[in-house]
Write a protein that binds this ligand. Structure first.
Ligand code: ATP
Ligand code: MG
Length: 260
């Protein structure tokens, strides 16, 4: 049975998409079957996986709004065992349209739950907001990963994210659990990066992954080639960091499964 994991933080540019794509690719590299669901109208996970959005007639919008069967929307990627449910610019109107529809927070779950047994992992790449698209992700997910960028104001807005999680748990999805907080874009040359690491560890304790993603040019270049880091530069520091994260995610989820 697959595990559904949402990658969310309403703050923009913190590494949500980079994490979805590359953690997904690292797990696929180990033989896991992974589906990445792009619910961001910006479609960065879609283009980052080499899918030309202009050529897509249908996308996750059609699942959410028109109830199109998910199986018809899935795309293979260049990575064996890594699949994508793409987003196109049509999703830009999705947030507003969702608001007018019945069961507006559960439509992603309803449209995708039958695919859960077919994958080991379903990752959801959320947009930088706490609107209905992100709510749909949190309603479907069992686990949440929060990337935090090692920059000024790293913790800003997290209170709001945490209260959204509490709200979702109490009403829409009692199973939602924080798997971990991931520090991204760490720059060892700056004191600031280290200060953020210390501060985030103070607030989130054990929930912070030991693996820290460094700022790495290869990671920022890979999407323009439509490839995850494992294919673009598999021996880079960025690739190594995401492989370590994959290992740690597996450890944490195994521990969880055993303690059930
Ligand atoms: P948005 O909120 O807009 O969806 P996001 O949280 O998904 O953004 P990303 O798109 O993953 O963030 O990252 C933001 C930018 O930083 C991108 O240009 C990405 O290539 C770059 N980036 C992400 N992680 C790293 C890293 N570890 N090293 C260098 N560049 C990175
Ligand atoms: Mg993104």
């Amino acid at each position: 049975m697959g595990t559904v994991l949402a990658v969310a933080n309403q703050k923009g540019g913190v590494g949500k998409t980079t994490t979805c794509v590359n953690l997904g690719a690292c797990l696929a590299e180990r033989g896991h079957r992974v589906l990445i669901v792009d619910i961001d109208p910006q479609g960065n996970a879609t283009s980052g996986l080499g899918i030309d959005r202009r050529n897509l007639r249908q996308c996750v919008y059609d699942l959410l709004i028109n109830g199109i069967e998910a199986g018809e929307l899935l795309r293979e990627t260049e990575v064996t065992d890594l699949w994508l449910l793409p987003s196109t610019i049509r999703l830009a109107g999705g947030e507003v349209e969702l608001a007018t529809l019945p069961r507006r927070e559960t439509r992603l779950r309803e449209g995708l739950k039958h695919l859960v047994p077919a994958f080991d992992w379903i990752f959801i790449d959320c947009p930088p907001s706490l609107g209905l698209l992100t709510l749909n992700a949190l309603t479907f997910a069992e686990l949440l990963l929060i990337p935090i960028q090692c920059e000024y104001y790293a913790l800003e807005g997290l209170g709001q994210l945490l209260s959204t999680i509490t709200m979702v748990r109490s009403s829409l999805n009692p199973h939602l659990e924080l798997l971990g907080v991931l520090l991204t874009m760490f720059d060892p040359r700056t004191n600031l990066s280290q200060q953020v690491v210390d501060e985030v560890r103070k607030v989130f304790g054990d929930k912070v992954f030991r693996s820290i993603i460094p700022r790495n040019v290869r990671l920022s270049e890979a999407p323009s080639y439509g490839k995850p880091i494992t294919l673009y530069e598999g021996s880079s520091k960025g690739a190594q960091a995401y492989r370590e994260l994959a290992e740690e995610v597996l450890e944490r989820t195994h521990d969880k499964a055993r303690s059930r």
